[in-house]
Design a protein around this ligand. Structure first.
Ligand SMILES: Cc1cc2nc3c(=O)[nH]c(=O)nc-3n(C[C@H](O)[C@H](O)[C@H](O)COP(=O)(O)OP(=O)(O)OC[C@H]3O[C@@H](n4cnc5c(N)ncnc54)[C@H](O)[C@@H]3O)c2cc1C
Length: 377
């Protein structure tokens, strides 16, 4: 028996769940997810930070558009707050001062509140910083922690409440276009049809496109590794901001009574259930210990996830130019959680109305900035 719907979404991570939620206002939605838990891959492995100072102008604008939803989600969306105060503190050496200045300038241009901090002020805020290891700090007070579980769960629950379905253990293995609709078969033989397919398959999005006979856009999944370790017993580390190197060579932040640290590795790798490499952990420990008086003893937990980028590090949202009804929602890189409300709105708006909402144009974003066409030459 073939199940029919208006929109078939491939992938149940934050991208597929949020797009499914937005599309369910306009028609019937089925999300097909290969794993038994929709957040198993990148979505369940993030550092859960919201910052308006990450990525290029398009990404920063998408974060900005997402902020009101994350601050005030619709009634009943979630029982807990999605954003909680954290702050982000960018650290620069003397040599990194030009980057810090440029950073402060575009923060001012985009009206993101920041404050430059002296070495002493940095050490007051995060007393484990080694004063001889850096020169300047820049504080973004409105950067926050995100409750990714609550956000993802809210999208999934909301999409079901709107009549949509999420099917797990449903790996799409055949995709073909019959007349005016896509025919999709999962590995267990279940069959679906819909006029529109949304490719939200994360690191596998190019593979899904190839399966459908659609030209891939050249996505590169990159491994990033993180670890949790004990903070020093004599410090009130729970109030520290995310502390991050100006050139993103290392970062650490409080996480549920522990410290989460990373060397901010970006190693290109084939899509897979990626696992951490000892070397990346060792590099993270070394870089964090050089900058601070922290001693990384026992590591409680270590993990890796895939951050998947297009070559311009901008998201890919729009209809494939070479296949009717095939919609790309990919290339979320290291910002897929914080931009998900905007990306979901963009997806529904482009599919249903053929244009982006006015709020995007007000920030200077046009469909061409995010369309797959730009990558296909
Ligand atoms: C260490 C780390 C730190 C990060 N920190 C942040 C952060 O602080 N803030 C932020 O905003 N972002 C952060 N990110 C990035 C963020 O996690 C990702 O951008 C986001 O999760 C991508 O979501 P997704 O839904 O595209 O991918 P995924 O969550 O990977 O979902 C894609 C899904 O598609 C499914 N799938 C693939 N192929 C098929 C198929 N054939 N059939 C059915 N299903 C299929 C997969 O099983 C998977 O569940 C971080 C990422 C990492 C790894």
């Amino acid at each position: 028996m073939t199940v029919r719907c208006d929109f078939l979404v491939i992938g149940g991570g934050i991208a597929g769940a949020s797009a499914g939620y937005a599309l369910a206002e306009h028609g019937s939605v089925i999300v097909l997810e290969r794993e038994d838990q929709p957040g198993y891959h990148s979505t369940g492995r993030s550092a859960a930070q919201f910052t308006e100072l990450y990525g290029n102008h398009v990404i920063r604008s998408l974060a900005r558009i997402s902020k009101p939803f994350l601050e005030n989600p619709p009634e009943g969306f979630t029982d807990s707050k999605i954003l909680t105060p954290r702050g982000a503190l960018f650290i620069a050496t003397e040599a990194q001062q030009p980057q810090l200045r440029a950073f402060a300038e575009f923060a001012a241009e985009e009206a993101v509140p920041v404050r430059e901090l002296s070495r002493d002020e940095v050490c007051d805020m995060v007393p484990v910083m080694r004063p001889d290891a850096f020169r300047f700090g820049l504080h973004e007070p409105e950067s926050t922690d995100m409750d990714v579980h609550a956000l993802h769960g809210g999208f999934l629950r909301g999409l079901r409440e709107r009549g949509g379905q999420v099917v797990t253990d449903a790996e799409v293995s055949i995709l073909s276009r019959d007349a005016d609709r896509w025919a999709v078969t999962t590995r267990d033989g279940a069959a679906y049809q819909a006029p529109i397919v949304v490719n939200a398959a994360g690191a596998w999005a190019d593979m899904v496109a190839e399966m459908a006979g659609v030209r891939p856009v050249g996505l590169v999944p990159k491994r990033r590794t993180a670890m949790l370790f004990d903070p020093p017993a004599d410090q009130n580390s729970g109030n520290w901001p995310l502390v991050i190197d100006m050139d993103e060579q290392w970062y650490f932040k409080p996480d549920a009574g522990k410290l989460l640290g990373s060397s901010a590795d970006e190693t290109p790798i084939e899509p897979c259930d990626v696992q951490p490499e000892e070397l990346d952990i060792a590099i993270a420990v070394d870089r964090i210990e050089r900058m601070t008086s922290l001693k990384v003893g026992r590591i409680d937990h270590r993990w890796s996830g895939l951050r998947t980028f297009a070559k311009d590090k901008t998201v890919v949202v729009g209809f494939a130019p070479d296949a009717a009804g095939f919609f790309w929602l990919a290339g979320q890189g290291g910002y897929g959680i914080e931009t998900s409300p905007a990306m979901a709105t963009a997806t529904a708006s482009l599919i249903v109305d053929g244009k982006l909402p006015d709020s995007f144009a007000e920030l200077g974003l046009s469909p061409a900035d995010i369309a797959p066409d730009r990558l296909l030459g």
